[in-house]
Write a protein of this length. Sequence first.
Length: 200
Amino acid sequence: MPAPSPPTGGRTVPSPYDADPRLGALVVGRQELEDRVVELGRQITLDYADRPPLLVGVLKGAFVFMSDLSRSINLPVELDFMAVASYGSTTRTSGVVRIVKDLELDLTGRHVLLVEDIIDSGLTLSYLRRTLLARDPASLAVCSLLVREHYEVADLDVAYTGFRIPADFVVGYGLDVGERYRNLPFVCALVGEPEVQQPS
Ligand code: IMP
Ligand code: MG
């Protein structure tokens, strides 16, 4: 079978995105995503065998990853979601974050696994980490589908990383630009500037 080529990323049926000029090179293909999510799920299953985690997804970007990841974890997990928005009008976060939708579950004494779509500057993550730690979880670890290459993962203390990717703005598999492209089943680069958007 030929390798998937951008921008279809392995789609076998025609899609309205096929001829979309804003979709550039494939960054992570459908099969790679599937395989890596299974691996992450297997690792998390081993690491949390005696303490089933509470998965906390960061909306909206993490919803696709969270859905697949949760089904790859062979433990009785619980799930909750929060939504954050970044103040300011840049395409990337300003680091000043506010909670738009808070969690419904109490984190006290829970083993929390924070599930993110992408860690870019790490500012959103550091805000979330501080906020969640203040709620007295028994433990807090981070699982991010994507991490920008220019950051040392150790610095950010990300226990589980799907893929390290270059600086290009990417869309698909939950990630958007202006709310579009979240349902692409692969991750690809965006052609041109992302313009002003609310990080999500
Ligand atoms: P950070 O605070 O700079 O780490 O930004 C994290 C957030 O910015 C992510 O959760 C995304 O919502 C958004 N973001 C950063 N880079 C991208 C990208 O390439 N595509 C889509 N969203 C992005
Ligand atoms: Mg996000």
